[in-house]
Write a protein that binds this ligand. Structure first.
Ligand SMILES: [Fe+2]
Length: 234
């Protein structure tokens, strides 16, 4: 692992301006960026740690008095650095809509039911080899205001810190075979060669009989094989 942000990472990330994804039009800088050297605190400062992770925070089906409604799934994978090595003991957070496509958030007024047994937020830390695992509910698609009849494909938002703030990645995981994916301007804002890195794969080895379907999604924090940023607010 190098301590600078490898420029190869940039090839994986969406351009700041993706006109089809409308909110990038106003939020992208209109003037050229000014390169700045990394600060010592960016490179070596502590990142959010493990004291905030409780025993069952990785299992979003255990947060309420009863089970949440929906299709139970296991999402697991390997957090890797730019050299292909596992990133151990790093904070992995996720947030997502419930099975009906509704977030527990005041801004979300989509007329779909909330689930009293599902917050949509979870966290864990990767193990000594860099592997993580969540149990959750498959999120539903939901409408958003980007254009007429726009629907987000089912997705799970992720934040991974890695070793330093310069390796923090905020992105989204998608499900294989979702017909809404080719229509999604957020997914399509990622460069074509890197888009498929946002797709999980169905994992029959991890699927548990009579219990839950398994999906695998590896996350590469920087470098040539970096997982694209996907910071869409939707
Ligand atoms: Fe979302």
């Amino acid at each position: 692992m190098t301590l600078v942000y490898p420029l190869q990472s940039l090839a994986a990330h969406p351009p700041r301006l993706s006109p089809a994804y409308k909110s990038t039009v106003k939020r992208s800088p209109s003037k050229p960026l000014i390169p700045m050297r990394h600060t010592l605190s960016e490179l070596t400062g502590p990142v959010y740690g493990h004291e905030t992770v409780r025993e069952n925070d990785h299992d979003l089906t255990l947060q309420g008095k009863g089970e949440p409604i929906g299709e139970r799934i296991i999402v697991h994978g390997h957090v890797l650095d730019e050299d292909g090595r596992g990133v151990p003991n790093t904070l992995v957070e996720l947030w997502q809509a419930n099975a009906c496509g509704r977030y527990v958030h005041v801004v979300d007024q989509h007329p779909a039911p909330l689930d009293p047994n599902f917050t949509g937020a979870g966290r864990t830390q990767s193990d000594a080899q860099g592997y993580y695992r969540f149990v959750t509910i498959k999120p539903g698609a939901y409408p958003w205001g980007n254009h007429h009849n726009a629907w987000r494909p089912a997705h799970i938002h992720f934040s991974v810190f890695g070793h330093a703030f310069v390796s923090r990645l905020v992105t989204q995981m998608y499900f294989p075979g979702d017909p809404l994916i080719p229509l999604d301007p957020i997914f399509n804002s990622a460069p074509p060669h890197a888009r498929d890195r946002l797709l999980a794969t169905y994992d029959h080895e991890v699927t548990e009989a009579n219990w839950a379907l398994g999906y695998r999604w590896d996350i590469v924090l920087r470098g040539e094989m970096a997982t694209p940023l996907d910071e869409g607010e939707s």
